[in-house]
Design a protein around this ligand. Structure first.
Ligand code: AMP
Ligand code: ZN
Ligand code: FE
Ligand code: FE
Length: 293
């Protein structure tokens, strides 16, 4: 089984629509794909409809989820949340607060860029973001269009949009302990995304991962493109020590990043455990497929 538990669509900063993502996941031979857009569940309905429309026999199942933006002691971190009830009021409200604050925050970053002499506008960024949760990759793409940087990743430097960079602005984010509690209360499962992705900025120490584990965190994403092989091995060891699940996933963003669907995958036993723990939603089986766990 090939299980990819972390992908983005145009509902946030990916470039595939949710329907395209589902079709591409089936074409890539995945058995399970999770849709985990930043701070939103808006892509779920379209992804579910596309899954039901796949030609038989499609063995692909869809795991609904989100990637929640969190911050602890000034360090940004991402919490993957799976199979929670999307209508549970408290988590919905917090998700919307985070997502909605992305708009004024993007405008602040655009203002900083304009002060730095870059002729970027909100209209340009809004066109690129469409109706997705607006984020730095959209602003980065505007900088590529303007010829300021050669690629999206080149905009993630201290000169431009990296954490603490000249044009960076913070957004409202959740305390990760609150995120774990809220997701659990909505019947979902939490996995700390790319916990040691140092190239994205500061990361939290292992002692914090232990505290999150004690607070009910279910797992950590060990296998991820932003972790070197030795880091992946170390995180697997840490997960074993702390009684956490260890997952692997692509963090696919369509053409906005180089990774491909299924580049890293999750062990079927770990996936089975995630589905057993979740009570807020269930994997959606594709036409001709059966629930994978
Ligand atoms: P935001 O949520 O708006 O702060 O943007 C964070 C997103 O930017 C992440 O989810 C990644 O998709 C992307 N990102 C962060 N750091 C980098 C980097 N160094 N290179 C490319 N993309 C990055
Ligand atoms: Zn992203
Ligand atoms: Fe992330
Ligand atoms: Fe992601």
């Amino acid at each position: 089984m090939r299980i990819d538990l972390h992908t983005h669509s145009t509902a946030s900063d990916g470039t595939d629509t949710p329907a395209e993502l589902v079709r591409n996941a089936a074409a890539a031979g995945l058995d399970v794909v999770a849709l985990t857009d930043h701070d939103t569940t808006r892509g779920h309905a379209e992804a579910i409809a596309a899954l039901r429309g796949l030609p038989e026999p499609a063995g692909l199942s869809l795991v609904t989820g989100a990637e929640l933006s969190c911050r602890l002691d000034g360090v940004g971190l991402h919490m993957l949340a799976y199979l929670f009830d999307p209508d549970e009021p408290e988590l919905s409200r917090e998700r919307e607060l985070v997502r909605d604050d992305r708009v004024p925050r993007a405008k602040t970053m655009i203002g900083k860029l304009r002060e730095l002499g870059v002729d970027v506008t909100w209209e340009q960024v809004a066109r690129i973001a469409g109706d997705g949760s607006v984020g730095r990759p959209h602003i980065a793409e505007a900088l590529v269009e303007l010829g300021v940087v050669p690629s999206v990743s080149d905009a993630f430097t201290p000169q431009w949009l990296a954490d603490g960079g000249r044009a960076y602005a913070e957004k409202h984010e959740l305390d990760p302990f609150d995120a774990i509690r809220l997701v659990k209360a909505a019947g979902g499962v939490t996995v700390f995304a790319h916990p040691a992705a140092a190239k994205r900025g500061r990361t939290v120490p292992e002692s914090v991962i232990a505290e999150l584990a004690a607070a009910g965190l279910d797992g950590i994403e060990a296998d991820h493109m932003d972790h070197a092989p030795e880091t992946r091995a170390r995180l697997r060891g840490l997960a074993a020590d702390l009684g956490l699940l260890a997952t692997g996933s692509s963090d696919y963003h369509g053409s906005r990043k180089t990774c491909v669907l299924g580049e890293f995958t999750t062990d079927p036993e770990v996936y089975g455990e995630i589905t057993r723990r979740a009570t807020g939603a269930f994997p959606v089986p594709g036409a001709g497929g059966s629930p994978a766990a």
